[in-house]
Design a protein around this ligand. Structure first.
Ligand code: GLU
Length: 293
C-alpha cells in the first residue's frame, strides 16, 4: 500500500475540546481506512478555532492517541488557529459578491436556531462592533449530495431563515467557513465524518459553490448513541480512550463499522494495515445512529 493516489485525499479534523473517545476513534479510523484502501493520502487538521470550548493540551493528546492507534497521517497537521489570513480572504470574496451582511441583533431579536430575522438589514450602514458577519442565502438555493452511506440528500437551503454566521460577534471564525476554506486549500477530495455533521453539509456546499471550490465526496458515518438517543460526546462524558489498549479499541471500532475484525494481530500499525486492505464501504451500516450500551 505504498503507492498514493493524489485523486484521493481524506482527512480527520478534530476539535481539541478533550481527549479522543470511541466516537472520535470511529471517525478517525473510517476516514483513514477509506483513504488507505483507495491508496489516498490522509491528513489531520486541528480545528482549534474556538478557544473558550477548548481543553488545554488536548490537541497533543489527540495526536498522540492517533499515533498510538497506528493512524499515521501524511504531512504536517494543519492548525486552524494559524489560518486567519485565508479566512479573511474568503470573507472578502463573499463580501465582493454581496453575500455578507453585518448583524448586531441581540439574542432576544434572533429567531429559531439563532437565525437573523432581518432587524439589522435596514441599518447596515450604522451597524457597529461587535457584530457578526452572516451569509445571505438566495431563496431559490437548492443543493443535493449523494452521500456514501446516507444516500441522496436534498436541501432547500434558501427556504425560511437561511442566513448563517461566518464570523462571530466575538470575532471568532465560524466552523462552516473555516472547514470549507481548509478542505479546499488542503485539496481534500473525500470527507468521511460522523452523521452528526450531516446537517451542516448544505451550508458547506453553498460556501464551496460561492467561493468557486470543488465539492468533495461525502460519507457520513453512523454515530454511537445511548438509549436516550444522545450522541456519544465529550459533553455526554464519553470515556477517554485508553491508549494502552489500542488494539482492543481498534477492534471495537471495526466491529461497530461491521468490518472484519483481526483477532490475531497485537500491533496497531499491522492491525490498521490489515483493516485497510479489507475495508469495505458496503459493510458500513447505512443508518444515522447505532445504540450501544
Ligand atoms: N471539528 C469537527 C468536530 O470535531 C469535525 C469537522 C468535520 O469533520 O468537518 O466535530
Amino acid at each position: 500500500m505504498s503507492r498514493t493516489d493524489t485523486s484521493y485525499r481524506g482527512r480527520f479534523a478534530p476539535s481539541p475540546t478533550g481527549p479522543m473517545h470511541m466516537g472520535s476513534l470511529i471517525a478517525a479510523l473510517a476516514s483513514y481506512l477509506d483513504a488507505r484502501h483507495y491508496h489516498g493520502e490522509w491528513l489531520v487538521r486541528i480545528e482549534d478555532l474556538d478557544p473558550p470550548r477548548e481543553m488545554a493540551g488536548s490537541a497533543n493528546l489527540i495526536l498522540k492517541s492517533l499515533e498510538r492507534h497506528g493512524l499515521h497521517w501524511d504531512g504536517e497537521p494543519l492548525w486552524q488557529s494559524n489560518r486567519e489570513a485565508a479566512y479573511e480572504q474568503a470573507l472578502l470574496a463573499l463580501e465582493q459578491q454581496g453575500l455578507l451582511f453585518h448583524c448586531d441583533c441581540t439574542r432576544q431579536k434572533l429567531g429559531p436556531n439563532g437565525s437573523c430575522r432581518g432587524h439589522c438589514l435596514p441599518r447596515q450602514a450604522e451597524v457597529g462592533q461587535p457584530c457578526a458577519l452572516r451569509v445571505r442565502v438566495p431563496d431559490d438555493t437548492a443543493l443535493q449530495i449523494e452521500d456514501l452511506w446516507q444516500g441522496q440528500q436534498q436541501s432547500l437551503l434558501g427556504q425560511g431563515t437561511a442566513d448563517f454566521t461566518v464570523k462571530r460577534k466575538d470575532s471568532l471564525y465560524a466552523y462552516q467557513l473555516a472547514v470549507v476554506v481548509d478542505d479546499a486549500s488542503q485539496g481534500i477530495t473525500h470527507i468521511i465524518r460522523g452523521s452528526d455533521i450531516l446537517d451542516s453539509t448544505p451550508r458547506q456546499l453553498f460556501l464551496q459553490n460561492a467561493l468557486g471550490y470543488p465539492n468533495p465526496h461525502y460519507g457520513h458515518l453512523p454515530v454511537i448513541c445511548n438509549a436516550e438517543g444522545q450522541k456519544l460526546s465529550k459533553q455526554n462524558h464519553a470515556a477517554p480512550l485508553d491508549d494502552d489498549r489500542a488494539c482492543d479499541n481498534l477492534r471495537y471500532a471495526l466491529a461497530f463499522l461491521q468490518q472484519p475484525v483481526p483477532d490475531d494481530i497485537e500491533d496497531p500499525v499491522a492491525l490498521v494495515s490489515r483493516a485497510a486492505a479489507d475495508w469495505s464501504r458496503q459493510r458500513v451500516p447505512r443508518v444515522m445512529t447505532i445504540e450501544q450500551h
